[in-house]
Ligand binder design. Sequence first.
Ligand code: PEP
Length: 251
Amino acid sequence: MRKPIVAGNWKMNRTSDEAETLARGVVDAVLGADGVDVVVCPPHTALERVSGAVKGSSVGLGAQNMHWEAEGAYTGEVSGAMLLTCGCEYVILGHSERRQYFGETDQTVNKRLKTALDVGLKPIVCVGETLEERKSEVTDQVVRKQVTGGLEGILANEAQTLVLAYEPVWAIGTGLTATPDQADAVHGMIRQVLVDLYDETVAQSVRIQYGGSMKPDNAADLLGQPNIDGGLIGGAALDADSFAAIVKAAI
Ligand code: PEP
């Protein structure tokens, strides 16, 4: 059985003070929600403060991105070691906003992924199709290519530890959600890609989150699907009670 994992992607929201308050709210709101891995991913500037706020609780800390190099002349970037020293356990890689606005490709996701695994961070690798791609009925090809390219050179024992997030771009921050059937079909397809790349053991071990306007009122239906192992939550993660309601729906 795969343990569900629900992560909040706070994106470029919340100052350090606000982030600490939100993190404390999440810790309180998810008390007793055992059986789910809960992660919050604040902006880099708030990582240390949030690390302090979640310390000693069941809530884990993640970052929203990292560079593949250990150090150097990469203005505006942060390294995996820097994230570790801020208390991070997880890192989101290849979010569609990074792909759309910052030129992220499967190749750069792959480089970041290799470094994240090397330094001991737990990656959450995001994939998903645009609205045009869904309308053109190429969702499976697009997502297959993202998974295959993103995981190139990753060994089976490493792949087994990964979290993938299927996030249809058209559903992120739009209020549109994939239906549970639509989402589960893509999750099942991703699992088949993992069988093709590795084997059944890896495919059955990898946790695949759904992301895209998941809210307290649609979470249970999505999380009830056999291939959906949790959620990557944007908007609803900025409210501790809404986020906790989604966490509880994953139990
Ligand atoms: C996200 O950004 O990963 C996301 C799923 O956002 P939202 O929940 O707001 O659609």
